[in-house]
Structures are given as structure tokens and as C-alpha cells.
Design a protein around this ligand. Structure first.
Ligand SMILES: NC(=O)c1ccc[n+]([C@@H]2O[C@H](COP(=O)([O-])OP(=O)(O)OC[C@H]3O[C@@H](n4cnc5c(N)ncnc54)[C@H](O)[C@@H]3O)[C@@H](O)[C@H]2O)c1
Length: 667
């Protein structure tokens, strides 16, 4: 154990004396061994790369350790350099340094590595299996040291976890500029990540892992609630009509586990199938799902009773989702709403459990007979699609939840293609729900963290945000009233729902005006001494930050969804309008090479500079994406950008002229 104080440990950076080796801790959730991908020559290069952080005289000792890590884990994490102090977001005043902005970034970095927050904390992975904050512990140490000594006249440059150094800049420049996984486009296939990450020259930053903006499960609960609520609205005539509607889905895992909670908030009956008893029991014990049933007949009786009584209830079915879809068709139980959140982005290694095998049988076959297992998955997907089709032919509304269900079902030969053989029969959650109903109007996942670490500050900011939204709602147009109402309801219930894990953080969906007004009110409250400083940010899964043709930008239909100009423009624009740090990533959610996404962080300290920056930057950060969505002829975005131009005379956006369809038809 180190005798240094927390501040001294940060300030020393890389210890001058090599620390002793650290034993592997089996109580911590560890990343799986990564694919063996480097040639002998490339392994030499990986070791050379790792050793360049250390003085020459230490190389002989360290090389053995690092070579062993590369063999055992497939990566060099430099475990012995992991600090002994507890990893969590401390109050900002506890961080050493000369720049309050740099201290805020330290707080956010530590939150992403907190054991209560991070998925594989010892491998510096925050979420999503490979979403890294840094590639190794020495990068962490060096970055924290730079942050502790930098001034507001410098900018720290981060190349995929590696701190390239401090460069002179000015007080209105970002304190940190982060790039993660940016590759020459032809080198962006999944195995390229494996290779270049093993070499120690790049990393997969996911969205909010490598950008220091993750806030634990709260973001998922909110996003899922908004999605399920709006999906229900597509099929319900009015509020009263929601009662008694039945929602069928699958998965009670990391993200999917939020579905029953969201179902309850939306007021429906939800049945979520889950094959893994551990996952189902965890969600049940957390109160995220009300009841667990493991018999199909019993489930049928229970659902009929719930429908008759128009209950709001969430039921976990311990078994395969395919069996539920088939049984309910045979029993003539009408399903109003359907989706799926099994991990089909990973179909052959445990993401999807095929019907016809129980959980243990499936795990055994997966490990011992992988080829046979694959044929079971494909057969199950064909059955799955056929059962969903039978229900939708009776009127069920089915949507894909960004988990590649339609993609894998189509590859397996399931009947999910539309008549044009190009599109899928069913929409994705972005195409039908989040895109037109939220992103095109500018509503997206705005978040903040109270840097004092005080729960009472979070409570005060919740109240401020609520007041701002309620005031805005009095004059907001009909088109966005529903979104405003949903988020007011969310923020009112936020304290009671105890959503905080890690830092004192909150998320809600707001449009450009809402984000600016809330931030302005926070800055005033800081200036008046009512609350401590606040870090603003957002998920990258937003209006303008992300270009991803099968997710965030899947409702762009002018052919430009395969371009990434919007995300790049966004991060450049944020950086000269006052962001405290900016980030741009390749990969995140849907995979390396499939998406470019960016984000920002901004420290509000109550100053006049912060007031100017927040207005200028948040205005651009949302309206950039609305302008692009408007140019793609999205009706709601045309409405929103016209409204933004009326409010801000300096904003002048090119509007599209719509072509009369008959002119094209008559060609
Ligand atoms: N919630 C969101 O906001 C969101 C957004 C985009 C994409 N997704 C996608 O949703 C998927 C799920 O994410 P996760 O973090 O919950 O993954 P996860 O692996 O933690 O959970 C999936 C669960 O599905 C269960 N399962 C698999 N096959 C099943 C079957 N046939 N029947 C019943 N249960 C089955 C598994 O046991 C597992 O617990 C991922 O592909 C993710 O990319 C989620």
C-alpha cells in the first residue's frame, strides 16, 4: 500500500520505483481474455510500445510482466500501476490542481472507473464489454498528473487513452480534446480494433466511456422509459386506452433489464422473457420487475387476469421468448406491443439463447459444439420471426430495439424483409419513435453532475430543472407538449426512484431551448451560492452528436445516413464555443466502423464566461443536428429549425424545397 495521500498519489504520476505486482482479484468482474491476434513481430512492437512510458533501466524487469499480461489477457493493462486508493467521484474540492475545469474532468474520469459503476474496472472498461476509459493504468496515472498541474492556458490532448501532452492554448479553449478509435476508414473492421488495441495504439471508447460522461444505469432507465412510453402512444387512442395493453419482449440483462420498469411507468402489462434465472432474480430483487413466473400455462392465466383488470404490472417469464410468442398465439392472447432485447449483436456466444434447449444445455453446446449451436440459433430465429409475424398480422405493433434482431433473423432466413427486399418489415426504435418524436425536435439526453458530490445539490438542481420546464410548457407549441410533460413527470419522480449510482447525476430529455434555460438557471444558482459547481454533458446517443446509419440516424432518408459530417462538425463547433472538453469516437453501441459519435463536458462555475459559453455551445450542439435533419426533409425538424430561426436572428439555415411526388412518378 502506498503511504501517499490521494492528492500526492495523483501528483506523482508514474511512480519512480516500480510498484509490486498485484494479485488477480476474483471478486471483481473482469474483461474476458481478448483474441490472440498479434504475430511474433507484432508482439515485440506491443512491448516496445508499452515500455516507452518507463526509463530504460526499468525495462528488463517490466518486460517479463507485460509479456505475461499480453499472453494471459491478450492486452497489456499494466495492472501493477493500478492505484491503491478507492476509485470514485470525489467532491471537486478534493482534487489537487490549478484549474477547476481540469479538476472537474478528474472527477468524471474517476466516476467512469468506480467499481459500482464500471463493468470491468480493473481493465479500465466502463460498459459494453470493451468501452475503455484508458488502455492501461499508466495512461490513467499520467493523465491525472497532467490534469493536476495544467492551467487554464493549456489543453491536454488525448489520443485513444494516451495523453500526448499539454499544449499552450487559452482560457476559452477546451481543457481536454479526446479522440478515440479514429482510424483511416479502411482500417475499421472489428479485427482491426483487436489488433491495434493489442498493439497499444488505439482503443474503443464506446460513447460515454472514453469521454468521461457515463452516469450508470439511470441513462438506460430514462431512454427505455421514453421509448416504451412513445411506442405505447402509437397504439393507444388516449391515456385511458393505455391501461390493459400488453407488451411482450425479452431480456433482463444490463440494458434490457430496464424494460419492465419502463413498462410500469408507461402503465402497461409487460411480459419480459429471460432464460437466465440469475438475471431475472437480480432484477426482481431490485424491484425492477414485479413477479416471476416459470410456467407457460400459469403465465397465460396471469396475463388474462391482468388484461381483465387492466392492471399495470411487470411479469418476468423464466424461459425462452419464442415459447411466449407461440403460446400466446395458440391461446389467442392479443399482444398490443412487441420488441426484443436479447443481445443479438453477439448471436453465437451467449447473446441469444435458442428455443428448444434449456439454459444449461445451451451453455454446454455453445462451449463444446459451437457449430451445432449456431444451427440451433438460426432455427430459433426463424421460429421467432414466424411467431412475431403471426401476431403482427393480427395488428401487433413490433419494433426492433437496436439489438440486431431483424438483421440476424434475416441472415438466418427468417421472414422479416419488406416487399422491396431492401428494408425490414418492421421499423427500428429510432425510425419510428426516438427519431421523429424526439431527435427531430431537438429533444435528447441532456445530463448534469453536481461536482460538490452533495445529494442536496442534486435535489436543488432537480427542482430548478422542473421549474424551468413547467414555465416553458406554458408557452411551448402543441407539437412538443407531450415531450415536455413526460420529462416534467420524470424529474418529479427522480428523487423517489433513487436513480443515482456513482456521481450525483441526473438525466432528462430536453430540446435546445430547454437545455439552455436549465443550464442558465443552474449557473445563476451557483453564482448565488445556492449550489456548488455543475458539470453539464449528454449521452452521445443524441440529435447531433452521432452519425450511425442503423441507429441514431436511421430516420434520415436522403441517402446521407452513411456520411459522418454531422458528428464531426458537431465536435469542432462545440470546441470553439466554450466546451470544457470534447470527444469524438469511432464505434460505440453498434460497433467499430459502424458509427462516429461525439460529445462534450462543460463546467458551470457561476461565472459570466460560463453563462456566455453555455448559451453559445448548447444552441449549436442541438441545432446543428436539427438543421441536418431538416435538410433530409424530416418534417418535424423543418418545423423545429424554423422555430429556432424565429427565436435567434443570427441563425440562418438552408431549408429544403420538397418535390411533388407525382412529378417523380410520371418520369
Ligand atoms: N436499452 C437500450 O437503450 C438499447 C439501445 C440500443 C441497443 N440495445 C441492445 O439491446 C441488447 C441487450 O443489451 P443488454 O445490455 O441488456 O444485454 P445482456 O446480454 O445483458 O441481456 C440480454 C439478456 O437476454 C437474455 N436472452 C437471450 N436470449 C434469450 C431468449 N431467447 N429468450 C429469453 N431471454 C434471452 C439473456 O439471458 C440476457 O440476460 C444489446 O444488443 C444492446 O446493444 C439496447
Amino acid at each position: 500500500m502506498s503511504n501517499l495521500t490521494f492528492a500526492q498519489d495523483i501528483q506523482q504520476g508514474i511512480p519512480t520505483i516500480i510498484p509490486s505486482k498485484k494479485a488477480f482479484d476474483p471478486t471483481v468482474n473482469h474483461a474476458p481474455k481478448r483474441k490472440e491476434i498479434l504475430s511474433k513481430e507484432e508482439k515485440r512492437l506491443a512491448l516496445q510500445n508499452a515500455l516507452r512510458y518507463f526509463p530504460k533501466e526499468q525495462h528488463a524487469e517490466l518486460i517479463k510482466d507485460f509479456a505475461e499480461e499480453l499472453d494471459v489477457f491478450g492486452r497489456i493493462y499494466m495492472h501493477r500501476y493500478r492505484p491503491d486508493y478507492k476509485m470514485y467521484a470525489r467532491p471537486i474540492s478534493e482534487y489537487p490542481g490549478k484549474s477547476e475545469q481540469a479538476k472537474a474532468i478528474m472527477l468524471m474520469i474517476q466516476n467512469n472507473l468506480d467499481h459500482a459503476v464500471a463493468q470491468h474496472p480493473h481493465e479500465l472498461i466502463t460498459y459494453g464489454g470493451n468501452g475503455a476509459v484508458f488502455q492501461n493504468w499508466v495512461q490513467y496515472r499520467l493523465t491525472m498528473k497532467y490534469l493536476s498541474e495544467m492551467t487554464d492556458e493549456q489543453t491536454l490532448v488525448m489520443y485513444s487513452g494516451h495523453p500526448m501532452g499539454l499544449f499552450p492554448s487559452h482560457k476559452n479553449a477546451p481543457r481536454v480534446v479526446v479522440t478515440n478509435g479514429m482510424m483511416i476508414p479502411n482500417y475499421s473492421k472489428p479485427d482491426d480494433w483487436e489488433k491495434f488495441n493489442a498493439l497499444g495504439v488505439t482503443q474503443y471508447g464506446q460513447m460515454t466511456a472514453g469521454s468521461y460522461m457515463y452516469i450508470g444505469p439511470q441513462g438506460i432507465v430514462h431512454g427505455t422509459t421514453i421509448t416504451v412510453l412513445n411506442a405505447v402512444r402509437r397504439i393507444a387512442k388516449n391515456r385511458d386506452d393505455i391501461k390493459g395493453k400488453l407488451f411482450i419482449t425479452a431480456g433482463l440483462g444490463g440494458m434490457s433489464g430496464a424494460q419492465p420498469k419502463a413498462g410500469n411507468i408507461a402503465g402497461v402489462i409487460s411480459v419480459t422473457a429471460e432464460v437466465n434465472p440469475k438475471a431475472a432474480n437480480t432484477r426482481h430483487s431490485q424491484g425492477w420487475v414485479d413477479e416471476i413466473i416459470n410456467d407457460l400455462d400459469e403465465l397465460t392465466v396471469r396475463v388474462r387476469k391482468a388484461k381483465d383488470a387492466k392492471e399495470t404490472v411487470s411479469i418476468a417469464y423464466l424461459g425462452n421468448v419464442v415459447d411466449v410468442w407461440e403460446k400466446f398465439f395458440d391461446e389467442n392472447i392479443y399482444v398490443d406491443l412487441g420488441s426484443d432485447q436479447t443481445s443479438l449483436h453477439n448471436p453465437w456466444a451467449g447473446g441469444y439463447y435458442p428455443a428448444g434447449l434449456n439454459f444449461e444445455e445451451a451453455n454446454e453446446m455453445m462451449a463444446n459444439e459451437p457449430e451445432k449451436f449456431k444451427t440451433y440459433v438460426q432455427e430459433s430465429l426463424r421460429r421467432h420471426a414466424a411467431a412475431v409475424n403471426k401476431h403482427t398480422s393480427k395488428g401487433t405493433y413490433f419494433f426492433d430495439y437496436g439489438n440486431a434482431f431483424l438483421l440476424e433473423a434475416s441472415r438466418a432466413g427468417g421472414e422479416v424483409m419488406a416487399e422491396n427486399h431492401i428494408d425490414f418489415k418492421y421499423p427500428s426504435y429510432i425510425q419510428d419513435i426516438l427519431g421523429p418524436m424526439c431527435f427531430d425536435f431537438g429533444f435528447g439526453p441532456f445530463r448534469w453532475v453536481c461536482a460538490s458530490g452533495k445529494p442536496e445539490d442534486l435535489e436543488k438542481t432537480d427542482a430548478i430543472a422542473c421549474q424551468v420546464l413547467e414555465k416553458m410548457m406554458l408557452t411551448s407549441p402543441e407539437e412538443i407538449q407531450q415531450q415536455m410533460a413526460d420529462n416534467i413527470q420524470w424529474i418529479k419522480g427522480a428523487q423517489e426512484n433513487k436513480l443515482v449510482v456513482g456521481s450525483q447525476a441526473r438525466i432528462l430529455y430536453a430540446d435546445a431551448e430547454g437545455r439552455m434555460r436549465i443550464a442558465e438557471a443552474f449557473n445563476k444558482a451557483i453564482a448565488n451560492g445556492e449550489i456548488g459547481p455543475v458539470v453539464l454533458g449528454r449521452d452521445h446517443h443524441d440529435v447531433s452528436g452521432t452519425d450511425s446509419p442503423y441507429r441514431e440516424t436511421s430516420n434520415i432518408y436522403d441517402g446521407s445516413k452513411f456520411t459522418a459530417d454531422m458528428a464531426i462538425q458537431n465536435v469542432i463547433g462545440d470546441s470553439f464555443r466554450g466546451a470544457t472538453w470534447v470527444s469524438i469516437h469511432n464505434g460505440g453501441g453498434v460497433g467499430w466502423g459502424e458509427v462516429i459519435n461525439g460529445g462534450f463536458g462543460m463546467l458551470l462555475d457561476g461565472s459570466a464566461d460560463a453563462d456566455r459559453n453555455l448559451k453559445m455551445m448548447l444552441h449549436w450542439d442541438v441545432n446543428n443536428g436539427i438543421a441536418r435533419r431538416n435538410w433530409a426533409r424530416n418534417e418535424n425538424a423543418i418545423f423545429a429549425i424554423k422555430r429556432a430561426m424565429e427565436a435567434e436572428p443570427l441563425l440562418k439555415v438552408t431549408l429544403p424545397n420538397l418535390v411533388d411526388e407525382s412529378l417523380l412518378d410520371n418520369l
